[in-house]
Each structure stands twice: as C-alpha cells, then as structure tokens.
Design a protein around this ligand. Structure first.
Ligand code: C5P
Length: 223
C-alpha cells in the first residue's frame, strides 16, 4: 500500500492568524492548502442567498452535497460557488455568523467531510480549521493548535476591518468572537479542542514570520 499523503493539521479559534500562517506554510512547503472555514463560509452564503433558515438541516445538507466549489491560488485567494465569485463576501460578519451556526449541525459536518478529504493530495496538505486534527485528518503526521488571547484576536480583527474602511467597535467584536468561540468549543459535533499530540503555538506575542517559522519547525525534521 502507498504511504498516506502527509498532512499538517492547524486548528485553533478564529482570529489567531491561522489563515495567514497556514497559507504561508503551505507555500513554503510547496503543499496543497485547505481552508476548511471557507467551505463552511461558502455554504453559509448559499444558505443566505436561498433564504434558508440556519437550522433547516435537511435543506442545508442537500446544498452541501450539491454545491460546486472552486478555489484559486490568487493572492488574495478567490473562491467560486457554483461558478460565481464569492471572494468578496467570504469574510462578511453575516457570513461568519451563519457559518458558525450551520457548522454546529452534525449532518452538515458529515456532508462536508469528503469535500475536505479530497484536498489530501501529493506532495502534501496543510489543513486549516477547527477539527482538522481531531476529525477530518485524525491520522495527520503533525498537528498544531494555533491560538491567541481573545483581546489580541479582537484587536487584530478591529485593525483589519478599520483598514478596510469599516465602522467597527472593539468591544462588540470581542463579544462576537467570544460567542463564536463558545459555540465552536461547546458544540456536540467536532468541538474545537487541542488534539492530543498537537503542538501549541500561542501567537499573542508573536509576529507572523515567527509563527510561520515555528510551524515549519514542527514539520521540517521529517518533511
Ligand atoms: O475559520 P473561519 O472563521 O473561516 O470559520 C468560519 C466558521 O466555520 C467558524 O466559526 C466555525 O464555526 C466553522 N468551522 C468549523 N470547522 C472547521 C472550520 C470552520 O466548524 N474546520
């Protein structure tokens, strides 16, 4: 039997810098990249556009199976849902809020499992999410739990949105992050946890290049 395609699973709460770090690590290694949050976000957009209630499990599962997603490697990366470019809407607050609600539904997670596993291709995969090391790729060679304090995560998000010219409130952002964290950590299905055997990287006091180096150091001895 062929050896399995190597996977680096990077899990952690929103706003810890996971997306930027994982993408850069994939680029350094020349590996494929899975942004699993973008899959949940794309499904959320499909649900919003069809005015489906975020608890209508059967309808959402149907869409999850039918939706066609295409990721491109542009910078910033683009995502097409059923042939329509949805890149501009992926990071909207509404998209994130609905994504987090539908992500708590077990059958929806199940419906998205294979779509995520399909990304596992040679020469390797860096997978970014909440349950990469625990559920989607439990046999991943390397697992990282990338986190940061909620204060720091809220401040980063605040600066990011301000730069985009949006009128945002730091306290509101912080409480939204806390609500989403709690939902991700306390849900019955695939809760956000630090998988046994994973390496903890706290980016509260780290800049991005250092966090990237620390992730690469986890993989380098063997890759
Ligand atoms: O990481 P990102 O903020 O893009 O993810 C959006 C939402 O999708 C998260 O709040 C989380 O609820 C959900 N998600 C998940 N499992 C993943 C990735 C994302 O439940 N592997």
């Amino acid at each position: 039997m062929n050896p399995p395609v190597p996977v680096l699973a990077i899990d952690g709460p929103g706003g810890a810098g996971k997306g930027t770090v994982s993408r850069a690590v994939a680029r350094h290694l020349g590996w494929h990249f899975l942004d699993s949050g973008a899959i949940y976000r794309a499904l959320a957009i499909a649900v919003i556009d069809r005015t489906i209630a975020p608890d209508a499990v059967a309808d959402i599962v149907k869409i999850a199976h039918a939706m066609q997603l295409r990721f491109d490697t542009a910078e910033p990366p683009g995502v097409c849902l059923d042939g329509v470019d949805i890149s501009d809407r992926l990071q909207d607050e509404q998209t994130g809020a609905i994504a987090s609600r539908i992500a708590a539904l077990g059958p929806v997670r199940q419906a998205l499992l294979q779509k995520q596993r399909d990304f596992r291709q040679l020469p390797g995969l860096v997978a970014d999410g909440r349950d990469m090391g625990s559920v989607v790729f439990p046999d991943a060679e390397w697992k990282v739990f990338l986190t940061a304090s909620v204060e720091i995560r809220a401040e980063r998000r605040y600066r990011q949105l301000k730069r985009k010219g949006l009128d945002v409130n730091l306290e509101e952002l912080r409480s939204e992050l806390e609500i989403r964290d709690r939902r991700d950590r306390e849900r019955a299905e695939a809760p956000l946890i630090q998988s046994p055997g994973s390496v903890l990287i706290d980016t509260s006091e780290l800049d991005i290049p250092t966090a990237i180096q620390q992730c690469l150091a986890v993989v380098r001895p063997l890759a």
